[in-house]
Design a protein around this ligand. Structure first.
Ligand code: PEP
Ligand code: MN
Length: 338
């Protein structure tokens, strides 16, 4: 249950209510949510417990929910949430296109991609600088030097920047340069990292774990929300199945399923989902048709030479063509592209 407390309740009253809930074994969590204080309990209080709580005078509203991810649920908030990053609103009428290279490789590469992304209508710039690579021998990213390049690209283009953070210890560093923190598929259930990005209060792009159910994914989002960070965006990027023709299996049904269950914005990453550049355009269109709030697409000036994910990145010409085609699909889905 979520107890929305009245505004300006005295600290002592709050403590009294928390004590009451503790005594009943309800394990309450006090969450400072925008400008309200919420008490979230892990089970529903009995009617006697509710009566006791009402007596403290703290209760503004009680939200009864069976959802495991309570703050992510539609029971808590029935309207779609919009996550704002600078002037970009994720979850609003305009579709958000996050574009950029898999990895930041050099100043020339990044500035070329960033300029093209901006010109062609992307709304956010991506680029990995801490790369979660399967092999320790593969390119691991430019680390802080890459963060500085991302900041320079933002300066040049005005595009806000999203980049992955792999470890809790690096959250402060990445937050100094980026506008949004990405939690990658491999870290979706890294609970200490989820808590750390929650505490940072930075907008968070939470990618689906490749073996995660929708339920587990929403509960991962709940870790961030429970730290009082409401700015979480979900990104479907495919799950691992028996199918080998694609790198992952893009679970597009997740989009309408999530839409029913959560108020959080939902993006789709057709690049990591398919692993092949010729599948990015059709699956981008399908994602828009399924109701996604936007896309994350990997682009590179010379994909064949890319230091990571060279099979799936679009070249700048391919991205230009895709952006041209997506306008119609956006309109058909009742959305706008820019
Ligand atoms: C990425 O977006 O850079 C990435 C590594 O994706 P994922 O975590 O979805 O594999
Ligand atoms: Mn990649």
């Amino acid at each position: 249950m979520i107890i929305v407390t009245k505004r300006n309740v005295a600290r002592e009253t709050l403590d009294e209510a928390l004590n009451l809930l503790h005594q009943g074994g309800l394990e309450p969590r006090a969450v400072s949510w925008k400008n309200q204080m919420l008490l979230v309990t892990h089970r529903c209080p009995s009617s006697a417990e509710i009566a006791g709580l009402e007596k403290t005078g703290i209760v503004d509203k009680l939200i009864d929910t069976n959802a495991k991810a309570q703050l992510a649920s539609r029971d808590f908030r029935n309207e779609a949430s919009i996550v704002e990053i600078e002037k970009v609103a994720i979850g609003a009428e305009n579709l958000v296109i996050i574009a950029g290279p898999c990895s930041v490789e050099s100043r020339e590469q990044l500035l070329e991609v960033a300029g093209a992304a901006k010109r062609l209508g992307a709304t956010l710039l991506r680029g990995g600088v801490f790369k979660p690579r399967t092999s320790p021998y593969e390119f691991q990213g430019l680390a802080e030097q890459g963060l500085r390049l991302l900041a320079e690209a933002r300066e040049e283009t005005g595009l806000p920047v999203v980049t992955e953070v792999l470890e809790s210890e690096k959250v402060d560093l990445v937050s100094k340069y980026a506008d949004m923190l990405q939690i990658g598929a491999r870290n979706m259930q890294n609970f200490s990292l989820l808590r750390a990005v929650g505490k940072s209060k930075m907008p968070v792009l939470l990618k689906r774990g490749m073996m995660a159910t929708i339920d587990e994914w929403l509960q991962a989002a709940e870790y961030v929300l429970l730290e009082g960070n409401p700015d979480v965006v979900l990104c479907e990027r495919g799950i691992r199945t028996f199918e080998r023709a694609t790198r992952n299996t893009l679970d597009l049904a997740a989009v309408p399923v999530l839409r029913k269950q959560t108020h959080l914005p939902i993006l789709v990453d057709p690049s990591h989902a398919t692993g092949s550049r010729d599948l990015v355009a059709p699956m981008s269109k399908a994602a828009i048709a399924a109701g996604a709030d936007g896309l994350m697409i990997e682009i590179h000036p010379n994909p064949e030479k890319a230091l990571s994910d060279n099979h799936q990145q679009l070249n700048l010409q391919e991205f230009a063509e895709l952006m041209k085609e997506l306008g119609l699909f956006a309109t058909a889905a009742g959305r706008k592209l820019r």
